[in-house]
Write a protein that binds this ligand. Structure first.
Ligand code: UD1
Ligand code: CA
Length: 473
C-alpha cells in the first residue's frame, strides 16, 4: 500500500486506562490526576483528537465510573470523533485490556494504542508512528532509558525487532538492553485482532501481554518497525506523585521556552505555571511565581508582577498588574482595560469589567461590576454588582451592600462622583453625576446629580472632658 493511501486510512485510537496506579497512594484514579491543570487522560484524549481519528476507545477498570464521567464533556467540541468506553474487569494485563476493545474496533483502519498515564506524547510523534505503520506494519515507539528496569526490552537481531521481553521475563543479557517499549504502537486493526486472539498468559506475571504480539508479527512475516524517539518527556508515564511533579515541571519549562521564543519576557522560566491557554502580544513581561489558568490573553506591553494568579481574563495593552493580585474570571470573565493599574493585593472576580486607566489598589475586591475610564478604587474596598462611571473616586473602606440576604441588587455610581471613605452604599441605589458622599455615610436613598449625601450621626464635642483614670489598689 502506498504511503499516501495509508495516511488516508481511518485511525482508531485505543487508550489504556484500567490500571490501578497503586503508587499514587490516592483515592482518585491515576489518570484523573492533573498535570498543568488537566487530567492526565484528558491530555492524551486532546492529543489523539487532533489526529482527526475516527474513534477513541477508552479502556477503563479501576475507578471506571469516575473515569468515564467527564469523557463526554471533554469530547463535546470534537463532534465527528466517536467516543467509546469499554471496561476491563478484572485486569489481566495489557493484552487482555486491548482484547476488551476488539468488539468495538472495525476491521478496516489502523489502531493506535496509547496509555492514559503518558500525558505528554505529541501529535507529530504519533503521526510519524502512523507513517511508519503505513497501514500494514506493526510500528512500536521505543526509547533508550538510562535505567530500563521494569520496562519491556526491545530485542533486535541485525537491527530488526524480533520481540519485546518484559523485564520480569528477561534474561540477564536481555536486561542490559537500554531500548524499551514505551507502550505506544500502531498497527492494522485486522492484524491486531488476529494476534490478540493468540495471546496466552504463559509468563512470570501470568498476564496477557500486549507486547507478545510482536512475536506473532515476526512469525507471520509482517513488518515490525521500532521507531525510537529521543524525547523521554513525551513517553514518560506517571506512576507516583514524584513522577507527576517531574513531568509537570518538564511540561512547564517547554511552555515557558515557547513563550520566550515568541518574545515574552519571563523573569524565571522555572517559576512560571500555565494551566490553560495564554496568548501574549508583543513586549509582555511576567515576573516570578505567576500562575495562569483557563484562557488568558495579555495585550501589548502588559506587565505582570510577582506572585499573581490570573484565570480567564483579558488584560489590555499597557495594563500593569502589580504583585500578589488574584484575578479569577470563571465563566463571566474579567476584562482589564488599556493602561489600567491593578494591585498590589487586588482581587478581581467574575464579571469585573474595567475600562481604560482604571486604578484598583490594595485589598480592593471587584465582582460583576463595570468601571468606566479613569475610575479609581485605591484602598480596602468592595464593588459588587455596581456600574461605576468615568473618573469616579471610590474611597478607602467603602463597600456596596449588594446582597439583602436573598437577592442581589445594583449600585449605580454616575460619572465624576466622589465617594468618601468608609461608606456603605445599600443597593439598589443610584448616585447622580458629579455627586459627593460624605465619609462614613450609609447611603440608602438615591442622590440627585451634583448633591452631597451625608448619612451619619452628627459629631458632638463635649468641652473639658476628663478621661477615666486607673484606680489605685
Ligand atoms: C507495559 C509494557 C512494557 C512497557 C511499559 C511502558 C506490557 C506487557 N508491557 O508494562 O513493555 O515497557 O508498559 O510503560 O504491555 N493496563 C490496563 N489493564 C491491565 C494492565 C495495564 O489497562 O490489565 C494499563 C495501565 O493502566 C497502564 C498501561 O496499561 O496505563 C500500562 O500498564 P503498566 O502496568 O504500567 O505497564 P506494564 O504492564 O508494567
Ligand atoms: Ca503491569
Amino acid at each position: 500500500m502506498s504511503q499516501s493511501n495509508a495516511t488516508l486510512l481511518p485511525i482508531d485510537v485505543v487508550i489504556m486506562a484500567a490500571g490501578k496506579g497503586t503508587r499514587m497512594k490516592s483515592a482518585l484514579p491515576k489518570v484523573l490526576h492533573k498535570l498543568a491543570g488537566r487530567p492526565l487522560l484528558r491530555h492524551v484524549i486532546d492529543t489523539a483528537s487532533s489526529l482527526s481519528a475516527r474513534s477513541i476507545t477508552v479502556i477503563t477498570g479501576h475507578g471506571a465510573t469516575e473515569v468515564e464521567r467527564p469523557l463526554q464533556d471533554w469530547m463535546s467540541h470534537r463532534g465527528d470523533i466517536s467516543l467509546k468506553t469499554v471496561r476491563q474487569e478484572p485486569q489481566l494485563g495489557t493484552g487482555h485490556a486491548v482484547q476488551q476493545a476488539v468488539p468495538v474496533l472495525p476491521d478496516d483502519g489502523v489502531c493506535l494504542i496509547l496509555n492514559g498515564d503518558v500525558p505528554l506524547i505529541e501529535v507529530d510523534t504519533l503521526r510519524q508512528l502512523l507513517a511508519d505503520c503505513a497501514g500494514e506494519r506493526l510500528a512500536l515507539l521505543t526509547v533508550d532509558m538510562p535505567d530500563p528496569t521494569g520496562y519491556g526490552r526491545i530485542v533486535r537481531e541485525s537491527g530488526a525487532v524480533r520481540a519485546i521481553i518484559e523485564h520480569k521475563d528477561a534474561s540477564e543479557a536481555q536486561r542490559q538492553i537500554a531500548e524499551i517499549y514505551t507502550g505506544v504502537m500502531a498497527l492494522p486493526n485486522a492484524r491486531l485482532k488476529a494476534w490478540l486472539a493468540r495471546l496466552t498468559n504463559d509468563n512470570v506475571q501470568k498476564e496477557y501481554y500486549l507486547t507478545d504480539i510482536v512475536k506473532f508479527a515476526v512469525a507471520d512475516g509482517a513488518g515490525v518497525v521500532g521507531s525510537k524517539t529521543a524525547d523521554r518527556v513525551q513517553v514518560d508515564g506517571v506512576n507516583s506523585p514524584v513522577q507527576l511533579a517531574e513531568l509537570e515541571r518538564a511540561y512547564q519549562l517547554r511552555v515557558a521556552r515557547r513563550l520566550m521564543e515568541q518574545g515574552v519576557r519571563l523573569a524565571d522560566p522555572a517559576r512560571f505555571d500555565l494551566r490553560g491557554e495564554l496568548i501574549c502580544e508583543q513586549d509582555v513581561e511576567i515576573d516570578v511565581n505567576c500562575i495562569f489558568e483557563g484562557k488568558v490573553d495579555l495585550g501589548e506591553g502588559v506587565r505582570i508582577g510577582a506572585n499573581c494568579v490570573i484565570a480567564n481574563a483579558h488584560i489590555a495593552a499597557g495594563a500593569v498588574i502589580h504583585p500578589f493580585t488574584h484575578i479569577e474570571g470563571e465563566k463571566l470573565g474579567v476584562s482589564v482595560g488599556p493602561g489600567a493599574l491593578i494591585g498590589p493585593f487586588a482581587r478581581l472576580r467574575p464579571g469585573a469589567d474595567l475600562g481604560a486607566e482604571v486604578h484598583i489598589g490594595n485589598f480592593v475586591e471587584v465582582k460583576n461590576s463595570t468601571l468606566a475610564k479613569g475610575a479609581k478604587a485605591n484602598h480596602l474596598a468592595y464593588l459588587g454588582d455596581a456600574t461605576v462611571g468615568e473618573r469616579v473616586n471610590y474611597g478607602a473602606g467603602s463597600i456596596t451592600a449588594n446582597y439583602d440576604g436573598a437577592n442581589k441588587h445594583r449600585t449605580v455610581i454616575e460619572d465624576d462622583v466622589h465617594v468618601g471613605s468608609n461608606c456603605v452604599l445599600v443597593a439598589p441605589v443610584t448616585l447622580g453625576k458629579g455627586g459627593t458622599v460624605g465619609g462614613g455615610s450609609t447611603i440608602t436613598k438615591d442622590m440627585p446629580p451634583g448633591s452631597l449625601g451625608v448619612a451619619r450621626g452628627k459629631q458632638v464635642n463635649l468641652a473639658n472632658w476628663n478621661r477615666p483614670v486607673k484606680k489605685k489598689p
